[in-house]
Write a protein that binds this ligand. Sequence first.
Ligand SMILES: Cc1cc2nc3c(=O)[nH]c(=O)nc-3n(C[C@H](O)[C@H](O)[C@H](O)COP(=O)(O)O)c2cc1C
Length: 195
Amino acid sequence: MNLFEAISKRRDTRHFLEDPIPEEVIGVCLDSASHAPSVGLTRPARFIFVRDKESRSKVYDLFMEANERALELLHADPEREKLYSSLKLEGIRESPLGMVVCVDYSVLRDFTIGTIYSAETLDWSVCCAIQNFWLALTAQGYSMGWVSILNFAEIKKMLTIPDEYKILGYFCIGKPATDYDSMPMLKQRGWVQEE
Ligand SMILES: Cc1cc2nc3c(=O)[nH]c(=O)nc-3n(C[C@H](O)[C@H](O)[C@H](O)COP(=O)(O)O)c2cc1C
């Protein structure tokens, strides 16, 4: 698969097959992520893997709590509320591998080029790394889904993630069970109408 195919085929995946992910596949993704641009060459991305079922099940409970809160916000719009509750917005328990991606703010202890007025350039750098990781998964026939419907403060406590790390997302990684008819799932399911 060439780069342009990987870019257009990359999907946010919430439906997974049970196939395990070979370590080499993850190795290639981490290597690709390490080639991403980063402000002042700080390379602030940190990848924490969540392999055990018990932790993933706790993450799922946190998702359910956050999702309930999201649903409450839609109470005034029953049609939208119904559609929202029909959407599967995570694959936390089915995907064989979970991953938390963090921004390591401790890099700011040393002088860094490019962060004087905008420390959030570190966050943007980590997003670049995430995208490289995602494209490398896609090129190898795997995929992932970004879960942001979570109380990250709770995830931090649960996984004893250092204070100076900021969580950007929880990711469900595995072999995709579908490509949602080659379009974003939110389009396929009618949540977003676009040309
Ligand atoms: C920062 C960020 C957070 C996201 N959080 C979620 C999420 O919590 N649950 C979900 O189902 N999709 C989430 N998504 C995926 C988007 O909905 C998805 O990227 C978009 O609908 C386009 O679909 P595609 O990635 O398949 O092209 C997130 C994407 C980004 C970039």
